[in-house]
Design a protein around this ligand. Structure first.
Ligand code: APR
Length: 320
């Protein structure tokens, strides 16, 4: 049986890391696409040359021609520009919106049956625009943010509690920006909710509040340290987790930017919600009940996403 085909649109820091991970995990043959001359070909060859030591057989190629992504089962989109220190994700809107137009048209023409995972920021607006430009079904286009934000939250919690990251389940909802909502009530250590752990004296409310804020600022913390770009190892790992859930029909429950049609009180836009990912793409949105404070935080985040979508419509009249 033929290996699945994975097209990576954007062969920069995240794209290259995605390609390496997809190969090492033997998820399928990889096509790296980028407009930068020689970049996708160079990275593809470099990764292919790690095959003999790593022991994978996946084919690796680089291209600047959309025809080469034909028939892809999965497309992961990182094309665009990344943040520099002092920039918010929203500052990228104008440039990356144009990129989403060309990528959406390329995917629609050559890989219309793919499961598409967008990573380009500002995430919730870009995945919405990519879906509009591509015309693919909503359940086949989603955005990677919640898995990453939840992984950051889980990492900080495991350090605070001195327990394995495997035993921490963390959930972050809402848009992938300053207004994201790390859910304290739905995050657990081996099933024990965080508020109970505060009561048990494992941490204090102040420390927990600081971890929640550090999670919200997780991307900016790395941009500040790197100075020349933004995070790429954990973002790539997170998207690969989603791609694997689709390719292997795992029915994973993963938070991602999904198109809501009334779920969690949201209609007609993309925002971070818990979903089930399997062979049907985003097969279900887990319509959890939020308490008053959580709902207020979530609504605030949804409003921020709405503002970005309105800005997109203002820039590109075809989206209005
Ligand atoms: N089509 C294809 N590729 C493009 C296009 C385009 N129209 N425009 C830019 N690119 C490519 C660039 O040539 C570059 O190689 O996208 C790549 C982006 O790579 P990096 O600059 O290394 O950025 P990266 O760290 O991978 O992040 C990509 O993901 O997390 C988000 O905010 C981040 O929006 C950014 C994206």
């Amino acid at each position: 049986m033929a290996r699945p085909k994975i097209a990576l649109i954007g062969a920069g820091n995240i794209g290259g890391t995605l390609a390496h991970l997809a190969a090492v995990k033997e998820l399928g043959d990889v096509v790296l696409f980028d407009i930068a001359d020689g970049l996708p070909q160079g990275k593809a060859l470099d990764i292919a040359e790690s095959g003999p030591s790593e022991g994978f057989d996946a084919a690796m190629s680089g291209t600047s021609d959309y025809a080469d992504i034909a028939g892809a089962d999965v497309c992961i989109v990182t094309a665009g520009v990344a943040r520099k220190p002092g920039m918010s994700r929203d500052d990228l809107l104008g440039i990356n919106l144009k990129v989403m137009k060309s990528v959406g048209e390329g995917i629609a023409a050559h890989a219309p049956d793919a499961f598409v995972i967008c990573i380009t920021n500002p995430l919730d607006a870009m995945v919405w625009a990519l879906r509009e430009f591509s015309g693919l079904p909503h359940n086949k286009v989603c955005g990677m943010a919640g898995v990453l934000d939840s992984a950051r939250f889980a990492h900080f919690l495991s350090e605070e509690f001195g327990v394995s990251m495997r035993d921490v389940t963390a959930f972050v909802l809402g848009g992938h920006g300053d207004t994201m909502v790390p859910s304290v009530r739905y995050s657990t250590v081996a099933g024990i909710p965080l508020p109970d752990l505060v009561e048990m004296g494992w941490t204090t409310q102040d420390k927990l509040d600081a971890i929640v804020q550090r999670t919200r600022d997780g991307g900016a913390e790395i941009v500040g340290l790197l100075k020349t770009g933004s995070a790429y190892y954990a973002p790539a790992t997170s998207a690969i987790e989603m791609a694997e859930a689709y390719l292997k029909d795992q029915k994973r429950v993963l938070p991602c930017a999904a198109y809501c049609d009334g779920e969690l009180g949201v209609k007609g836009l993309y925002v971070g919600v818990p979903t089930v990912i399997g062979k049907g793409g985003v097969e279900r949105i887990v319509d959890i009940k939020l308490n008053k404070d959580e709902q207020a935080g979530f609504d605030n985040s949804v409003n921020a996403v709405k503002g970005l979508i309105e800005a997109c419509k203002g820039i590109d009249g075809s989206l209005a």
